[in-house]
Design a protein. Structure first.
Length: 129
């Protein structure tokens, strides 16, 4: 991946603020880890849905922007299936389709044992020309 593309992804200030770690990135695929800290918890003591959404959105952005022109999200949704019980979450983003101007991604978010699916995120991106 081009150095400027990596810089764009690594320069995401909000991702830094919430503690997201880029584990792997290549065109159409990315993995991002988040160590669960007290700041990620909601009022009932489980990981806040917005924190999980941010994790998934960053993984989508990394995968969608690796190796192509700038891609921005135009639609996203998430389904939460289980609360996170471990100390880390791992998001795995994969491209499911792409055309000249649109791409679609699925991001699976796993609890630290990587066998428990916590949430599924689907996104559509606009590929800027």
């Amino acid at each position: 991946m081009e150095k400027e593309k990596i810089a764009i992804i690594e320069n995401d200030q909000f991702a830094k603020l919430v503690g997201l770690e880029l584990v792997k990135v290549e065109q159409g695929y990315a993995e991002v880890r988040m160590e669960i800290k007290e700041k990620h918890l909601n009022g009932v003591g489980i990981v806040q849905g917005g924190a999980i959404f941010t994790l998934a959105d960053f993984a989508f952005a990394a995968a969608a922007n690796a190796g192509r022109t700038v891609t921005v999200g135009i639609n996203a949704n998430i389904t939460y299936s289980k609360p996170a019980k471990g100390k880390t979450l791992l998001a795995k983003a994969s491209e499911t389709s792409a055309s000249r101007s649109l791409c679609n991604y699925t991001v699976d978010i796993y609890d630290e044992d990587h066998d428990v699916l916590v949430a599924k995120f689907n996104a559509t991106g606009f590929i800027k020309n």
